[in-house]
Design a protein around this ligand. Structure first.
Ligand code: ZN
Length: 267
């Protein structure tokens, strides 16, 4: 009997030591979901400023709103574990739907229908709430190393699924640097945008770029593509980080102007 008692104590000690590393983040995720469920079920209406109180009558025709953009980032951290830790600590206030490690492992951290905090203060065209309409994908990369083949292969497989599932326009697969040109420069200049475009994700310039017309308005062109051009120099630089990776600066040489015109024509 004594022997069994000893086993019981040993097992209890072992199981209490082996606490799941993300138990508290799992708990928080669940409790937040319960809060949202309550919000979604609410039929409470609030009076308008003219005193009319909207009446509630439920429709039967609806479904969930879906993401319409994919934003690609690099983590600027040294490992997948470090990124996961960052995204499970409340104080950091940042997250993404997916993280892809150097060896191609994919970690999903949030349901696609929920709003991750990956874009920050950002815009694309007139869309000023990118987090509400996008899926964020973080690539484990420190910002100076090349992206591995395994990582890019997993990214392509993930993009293929998401683009199909949510019918995301190919032009809406863009970089964090595109939506926040004054603040962000990820993914780095080593990111293979051409390979992505060749695989059907995002747009790329033609092999033979046509000359832009004399009266082509460059600022307007960038704005129609989606860039916030209030800081034109940053917008040009962000454009070149994506489309002319050999010359990342704000110089408007003929090649840059013609490339902007080419991408503008693809919108
Ligand atoms: Zn980013």
């Amino acid at each position: 009997m004594k022997k069994y008692l000893l086993y019981f104590f040993v097992i209890t000690i072992i199981s209490s030591c082996g606490t799941h590393p993300f138990r508290s983040s799992e708990k928080s995720y669940k409790s937040q979901l319960r809060g949202f469920q309550k919000k979604l079920s609410s039929k409470k209406t609030t009076p308008l400023e003219n005193g009319i109180n909207p009446e509630w009558i439920s429709t039967v025709n609806f479904n969930l709103r879906k993401p319409n953009f994919i934003i690609i980032h690099h983590t600027a951290q040294d490992s997948l574990q470090q990124t996961i830790r960052t995204f499970t600590l409340p104080k950091t206030q940042v997250s993404a739907h997916y993280v892809i490690s150097d060896d191609g492992k994919v970690v999903q951290m949030l349901n696609d229908y929920l709003r991750a905090w990956h874009g920050g203060n950002a815009s694309w065209g007139k869309n000023t709430d990118i987090n509400s309409t996008s899926i964020g994908i973080e690539l484990d990369n420190n910002g100076t190393e090349p992206f591995s083949d395994n990582q890019i292969n997993s990214l392509l497989a993930l993009l293929s699924r998401l683009k199909k599932e949510y019918n995301i326009p190919t032009q809406n697969i863009i970089a964090h640097s595109d939506i926040a040109p004054t603040r962000k420069s990820d993914p780095s200049v080593l990111f293979p945008w051409k390979l992505l475009a060749d695989s059907g994700f995002g747009v790329w310039s033609d092999n033979e770029i046509k000359e832009a017309p004399q009266d082509f308005n460059i600022e307007q062109g960038l704005r129609i593509i989606g860039y916030d051009t209030r800081n034109l120099s940053s917008a040009i630089k962000a454009f070149k980080l994506h489309y002319i990776q050999t010359e990342v600066n704000d110089i408007l040489d003929p090649k840059t102007i013609n490339t902007i015109y080419c991408i503008y024509k693809k919108q």
